[in-house]
Ligand binder design. Structure first.
Ligand code: GDP
Ligand code: IMO
Ligand code: MG
Length: 433
């Protein structure tokens, strides 16, 4: 079968783009199943970086079919700009990049509400301000507009009228919310209908055809498990399900059609936006990780909050996603550290715990209990095999494996596609067999 889900196992930006690009060498189809322009995935090939927000990270492999699934919310302007940038860079997309007709579209009033809400301290989540949560809200309220709805003038007008009525009802709660007219929204829809036409498609049908033909499919997650709207650090989360289970609903396949989920963990912790982060280091340690890991947002350019690896959160993510295998990224960022900390439990007002709490207050009150591991203080960026890694780096990886209950089949020691270690010969083939 060989159909594999790749998901983020922390707070996003774990290096999913790199891992998907890498695994894509063995797959025929790559499908995104949730999120939208809030995602920022970086793929680096021979030193050249490509930043992707909507488009699956398989696009740099010629001939791979790249699908934007029904579970996504898509900003038409940003999607089309992304496609134009890829084309300008010589990437052929025609006939292999398709957007689900069932995916919801982000409208100007969604962005306006996201931006105005973020200006209100009591509403602030630290979102990417791209209207993602507002498009998912419209979806749940049954007033959203999907690609397929662009063709039905009467229904489009009816839906947008209702959506704008609700939008304007927010004015009282959110001062500064701009007024958006029906005409503006209909104009945006008309322009989107024309411009999106070459891409809109029955992606679920295409996916099923591919599966029936024995093609290998990669499911590319965005954000991370701790940002999942159900399983993350609610309310400081994104608005979609980011866990492996969401691949089925967001792409239109059944669980039995998928063989494995690969969690992507970075060797330390980062988070963008508000919300509890038990291992955050606000001083020099955090700044050191930020500089060495170049931890500035791909989507918004914001400095990411940095800290030590949190194995309590990591183990929780492994369980929620049913992970057995994983990829460990940005190991090289720890090359300069003489000592490395890993949180193995939390101290809380009611005692020591090793389970990830569901209450934001409990998580905010949690103080990490650290295990200190010796650093290897050697450059790992040139390592290409497990045995090339310094013994202490291998010890670190193995300690994380024990704490998380997963096996790292891939270890990444640099941004580039080839700066990767396959744990043992055949580990990736096994994943896809
Ligand atoms: P994503 O959202 O999970 O795809 O991750 P991002 O692309 O937002 O952030 C990961 C960043 O780390 C990008 O700049 C990658 O190019 C970079 N990166 C990925 N793997 C490694 C690695 O092993 N070492 C280093 N130094 N950088 C990496
Ligand atoms: P990738 O796919 C990191 C965060 C935002 C904010 C919260 C809600 O690159 O890993 P939203 O705009 O989704 O309503 O914001 O989620 N967030 C991300 N953080 N990586 C991402 O994506 C993120 N997408 C959203 O910073 O805290
Ligand atoms: Mg990112």
């Amino acid at each position: 079968m060989g159909n594999v889900i790749v998901i983020g196992a922390q707070w996003g930006d774990e290096g999913k783009g790199k891992i998907v690009d890498l695994l894509c060498g063995r797959a025929d189809v790559v499908v995104r199943f949730q999120g939208g322009p809030n995602a920022g995935h970086t793929v680096s090939v021979a030193g050249r970086k490509t930043f992707l927000h909507h488009v699956p990270s398989g696009i740099l492999h010629p001939e791979r079919l790249c699908l934007l699934g029904n579970g996504m919310v898509v900003d038409p302007d940003r999607f089309l700009k992304e496609v134009a940038d890829l084309q300008a860079a010589g990437v052929e997309v025609d006939g292999r990049l398709f957007l689900s007709r069932r995916a919801h579209l982000i409208f100007p009033h969604h962005r306006a509400l996201d931006q105005a809400a973020e200006e209100q301290p009591e509403h602030r989540i630290g979102t990417t301000r791209r209207g993602v949560g507002q498009a998912y809200m419209a979806k749940a309220l049954r007033v959203g507009v999907r690609g397929v709805d662009l063709d039905d003038d009467a229904e489009l007008r009816r839906r947008l009228t209702l959506a704008l009525r609700l939008h304007h009802a927010f004015k009282e709660a959110i001062p500064g919310l701009p007024h958006v007219t029906l005409e503006e929204s209909l104009e945006a829809a008309a322009s989107n209908r024309r411009r999106l036409a070459p891409y809109l498609d029955d992606t679920g049908g295409r996916l099923q055809d591919a599966l029936e033909a024995g093609r290998r499919v990669l499911f590319e997650g965005s954000q991370g498990t701790l940002l999942d709207v159900d399983h993350g650090t609610y309310p400081f989360v994104t608005s979609s399900n980011t866990v492996a289970g969401a691949a089925c609903t967001g792409a239109g396949v059944g669980p039995a059609q998928i063989q494995a989920a690969v969690g992507v963990y970075k060797a330390y912790a980062t988070r963008v936006g508000e919300g509890p982060m038990p291992t955050e280091e606000t001083g020099q340690v955090g700044e050191g990780l930020r500089q060495r890991g170049r931890e500035f947002g791909t989507t918004t350019g914001r400095p990411r909050r940095c800290g030590w690896f949190d194995a309590v959160a990591g183990r929780y993510a492994a369980r929620v996603n049913g992970l057995r295998v994983a990829a460990l990224t940005l190991l090289d960022v720890l090359d300069a550290s003489s000592e490395i900390q890993v949180a193995v439990a939390y101290d809380t007002p009611s005692g020591r715990i090793d389970r990830f709490p569901s209450s934001p207050a409990a998580l905010s009150a949690a103080r990490p209990v650290y295990e200190t591991l010796p650093g290897w203080e050697q450059d790992t960026s040139g390592c290409r095999a497990w045995d090339d890694l310094p013994a202490r780096a291998r010890d670190f990886v193995e300690r994380l494996e024990t704490l998380l209950g997963v096996r790292f089949v891939l270890i990444s020691v640099g941004a580039d596609r080839d700066q990767t270690i396959e744990r043992e010969a055949g580990a990736l083939d096994a994943l896809f067999s």
